[in-house]
Design a binder for this molecule. Structure first.
Ligand code: SF4
Length: 880
């Protein structure tokens, strides 16, 4: 018997609805887009589509672990509660901290925040959302008096122009990008402008790409404000009736077109075109993301964008508005409950004594924190300095994702007491925990999340909790009770927490706070189970929720007017110099999520980009002696990494790009966080992850090798390694700085782990040519291959990996096996482009040539590539 459950994707802030057909076992889970969900109307991207492959139990943390040994829940919870209490008693409440995650459900977040800020009495609860969109939070607060996203996804279809700023939505918010693509197909007059130093996949359908110099966004938008003023494109009536501070903002934005072109490194005509379009369209949505937020002046950049919308009155109306795309599935929910260390709860914060007293009254606590705690980077510095002696990390991997990540690692290594609750057993962060608490995973959790457009959706459990894993809210409540807060944390189910959260949002609100879901204050268990996706506020005035905010021109500031902010643009704090002459930009890939703890489990998601890589311009490559597909070492003042070189002119000269995902679980030297500059925005405290001065040089190993193996290997790794889970095989990319004495022994040592089976070897060695190649058959089935080269390049992996799908190899295949190339007449698929249908670049190229295909739609009809999630369409178009 199967049943279908509606739930929400746990990856990005688009918040797509999912229809999950649940069978008898984990392996019978079928995932499809929920056609009724207003965020995606049935669409899913490659990551969401592959969710069914990520629910396996292998690698899960299923039992509490205490100092490396399996323990009971009682033992683990007692230890956490007693240790926290002991440290608080000895050093004070600020000696402990919680570091949460946009992966937590709102109910989990609420309880964690209430414990730390309401009852332990410290502001030391922060979250990885600090790394993602805290500059947007700060910018919203300054402009609107509240952390409000004014618009909704429907605005994409209603807009006349969409500006994507610092956002590769095609890869990072793929379903939103698909909505834009579809809107443009229906209405070709819809203009798309992409503002990004890189020419990303999002430029695929752009009418204009402005590849501005890194960090100069505020100059560009100050210039726009000035231009709008000079060309009578202001909405003076709106400015007069609904805003304050325009004159000062305009004065600060005293920059003309020539100056913008010089500072931003842009063509003057292109800037003029963008400014003209902005001035001559009424309905404009400015979508911005990490390229704006992750900056040492991110808050100013956000306000420079908002200023232009206030100046034209293009806010709070259909098809209009500044729109922050949140990175994580529940970054917005975290903001609602006060997950950032300067926030209290329900969009109240420590800047207001009234807020502090109000929340204390509601929680009935004498011990409420009265000042903000440490934001993320400062928090791990405080751990490093020994000021914070106990930390509880929930569902996140700061040893990989925080800037200056080696220091974070050291901080946790030396911390007196580290607790990690997670659903995955082996992460770079769990490796440093004294206590590991098994949390339920996506398919087991039950609660709510909020997406970028303020839409609250249910995440519903598909399966019972695995092993001894428990919901996060339960784990936190159990610790709270053991710390003496029995009554205040007596929750028995998530709906009880949701009701309390809803009640607090309406408590003494009277329209003074934007976040108000008081209509849910008495929601029944049954209604909670059936809760449909709804945009807040949901209160007496908006019983069905509300699509857009600020339609009436009223804001949550003291005067009720929106605030222009005078912006004096700052360039990034650390500029390239002779020692570190390049700018490092970091970001997400199409098919991976955060630190790969879940997406790397799905073999199909590892095919698009298998190895940590660095993108750089061919001119820079030549300057530093780097060739395509070789290895490069990248160094910053904070750390280093090694990555495979990819050459592209979509990268500006003088800057390089590396993806953010790889960890020490999957690569020896792939953690980009080790490189990243820990400087933060002075207002939002968000780190500058897009602009780190670095240098790059050739990493020249003595040999390079790859192994494809049907089984996961337990082997000693050489200097450089990457592990990739594939379909029916594991792939290891290896390189070493010293030669083994005997290749045969070396290879056999790595590959032999089976006993009592009939093993056959096929070998080829060319000592002079620097090759060793071997294949190993067990019971006549291909078990593994190893290719080693000291001088020449290794063959492509795609044909060899396809052989692991076969129960036995044909004679012809066996004969050419150690050439690494398919027999004559057999096509190699090439690097996988379409992860959904496993279609490779060579297959697409061949089809284009042989069938004369001209459009991505024709490729889709021919090969299905690009017809499911659509994320690969830009690459198909590039091949065309
Ligand atoms: Fe999930 Fe993709 Fe939708 Fe984001 S766009 S919520 S990752 S399916």
């Amino acid at each position: 018997m199967s049943k279908t459950i509606q739930t929400t994707c746990p990856y990005c802030g688009v918040g797509c609805g999912i229809s999950a057909k649940v069978g008898q076992s984990l392996h019978q889970l079928e995932i499809s887009g929920d056609v009724t969900h207003p965020a995606n109307f049935g669409r899913l991207c490659s990551k969401g589509s592959a969710l069914g492959e990520t629910v396996e139990l292998k690698g899960r943390l299923l039992e509490p672990t205490v100092y490396g040994q399996h323990g009971s829940w009682t033992e683990a919870l007692d230890l956490v509660a007693n240790s926290f209490s002991r440290i608080i008693e000895k050093y004070g409440a600020d000696a402990v901290a919680i570091y949460g995650s946009g992966q937590l459900l709102t109910e989990d977040y609420y309880v964690a925040n209430k414990l730390m800020k309401g009852f332990i009495g410290s502001g030391n609860m922060d979250t990885n959302s600090r790394l993602c969109m805290s500059s947007s939070v700060a910018g919203h607060k300054r402009a609107f008096g509240s952390d409000t996203v004014p618009g909704c996804y429907d605005d994409f279809e209603q807009a006349e122009m969409i500006v994507l700023i610092g956002s590769n939505a095609a890869w990072c918010h793929p379903v939103s990008f698909q909505r834009i693509r579809a809107a443009k197909e229906v209405n070709p007059a819809l203009k798309l402008v992409v503002i990004d130093p890189r020419r990303t996949a999002s430029c695929d359908i752009a009418d204009l790409h402005l590849p501005l110099a890194s960090g100069t966004d505020a100059n560009l938008f100050n210039g726009l404000l000035q231009y709008l003023s000079k060309h009578q494109a202001l909405d003076l009536a709106y400015i007069d009736a609904h805003t304050e501070g325009f004159a000062d903002a305009l004065k600060a934005a005293a920059i003309d077109l020539e100056q913008v072109a010089a500072v931003c490194g842009l063509n003057k005509d292109d800037i003029q075109r963008f400014y003209d379009w902005f001035a001559n369209h009424k309905k404009i949505v400015s979508l911005y993301s990490q390229g704006i937020n992750q900056s040492s002046s991110g808050t100013d950049k956000v306000n420079a964008i908002i200023n232009c919308h206030l100046a034209t009155g293009s806010i709070g109306k259909p098809g209009c508005g500044p729109f922050s795309l949140t990175g994580q599935p529940n970054a917005m929910g975290g903001r609602e409950v006060g997950g950032l260390s300067h926030q209290l709860a329900a969009h109240m914060d420590f800047s207001s004594t009234d807020d502090i007293e109000r929340v204390a009254r509601f929680w009935n606590t004498q011990n409420i924190a009265r000042k903000p705690g440490y934001p993320a980077v400062d928090l791990f510095d405080a751990i490093y300095d020994g000021k914070v002696k106990a930390v509880w990390i929930m569902g996140t991997n700061p040893v990989v994702s925080l800037p200056n990540a080696n220091k974070v690692k050291l901080a946790l290594k030396n911390c007196e007491f580290v607790v990690v609750s997670d659903c995955i057993k082996d992460t770079d962060t769990t490796a440093l925990a004294h206590v590991l608490l098994p949390a339920q995973g996506w398919s087991e959790k039950d609660g709510t999340v909020t997406n970028s457009e303020r839409r609250i959706s249910r995440q519903r459990a598909l399966f019972d909790g695995s092993g001894n894993a428990k919901p996060d809210w339960w784990i936190i409540s159990q610790v709270a009770r053991r710390m003496g807060f029995e009554q205040e944390f007596s929750y028995q189910s998530p709906v009880e927490i949701f009701r309390e959260h809803a009640r607090l949002s309406g408590f003494e609100n009277n329209g003074t706070r934007d976040f108000d879901i008081s209509a849910f204050a008495d929601i029944t268990e049954q209604d909670y189970q059936g809760l449909q996706p709804t945009q807040w506020p949901v209160n007496q005035a908006n019983p069905q929720g509300r699509s857009r905010m600020f339609e009436d021109g009223k804001f949550f500031t003291v005067s009720g007017k929106a605030q222009f902010i005078a912006i004096t643009p700052c360039l990034p704090v650390h500029s390239p110099d002779q020692h570190y002459p390049l700018i490092l930009n970091t970001g997400r890939l199409r098919d991976q999520w955060h630190t790969m703890t879940r997406t790397a489990i799905a073999a199909k998601l590892n095919q698009h980009k298998a190895e940590p890589f660095v993108e750089l311009h061919p001119v820079d490559a030549e300057r530093y002696g780097l060739l395509a597909n070789t290895l490069a070492g990248i160094e910053s003042p904070w750390g280093s990494m090694i990555a495979r070189v990819q050459l592209t002119d979509s990268q500006q000269q003088g800057s390089i790009f590396v993806p953010m995902h790889w960890t020490e679980q999957y690569a020896s030297h792939g953690r980009m966080g080790a490189l990243v500059n820990p400087i933060v925005d002075p207002i939002s405290k968000q780190p500058e992850s897009k602009h780190t001065p670095v240098r790059i040089k050739v990493y020249q190993p003595v040999y390079q090798s790859f192994i494809l193996s049907r089984r996961e290997l337990n082997m000693t790794m050489p200097d450089y390694w990457v592990k990739i889970k594939g379909q029916q095989h594991y792939r290891y990319e290896l390189a070493g700085m010293s030669l083994p004495e005997n290749w045969q022994d070396w290879a056999k040592n790595k590959l032999c782990d089976s006993q009592g089976e009939t093993v056959q070897w096929q070998e080829y060695q060319d000592a002079a040519g620097g090759h060793y190649r071997a294949a190993r058959f067990v019971n006549n089935q291909l078990e593994s291959v190893i290719f080693i080269a000291t001088k020449t390049e290794l063959p492509e992996r795609s044909w060899l990996t396809s052989l692991f799908a076969k129960t036995a190899l044909e004679q012809g295949q066996r004969r050419v096996l150690l050439t690494g190339k398919p027999p004559v007449g057999v096509a190699d698929v090439g690097t996988i482009v379409c992860a959904c249908f496993n279609v490779g670049a060579k297959t697409i190229q061949t089809a284009i040539k042989s069938h004369g295909l001209k459009t991505h739609q024709q490729v889709g009809l021919c090969l299905k590539a690009g017809t499911n999630c659509g994320s690969c369409i830009p690459e198909i178009k590039a091949l065309l």
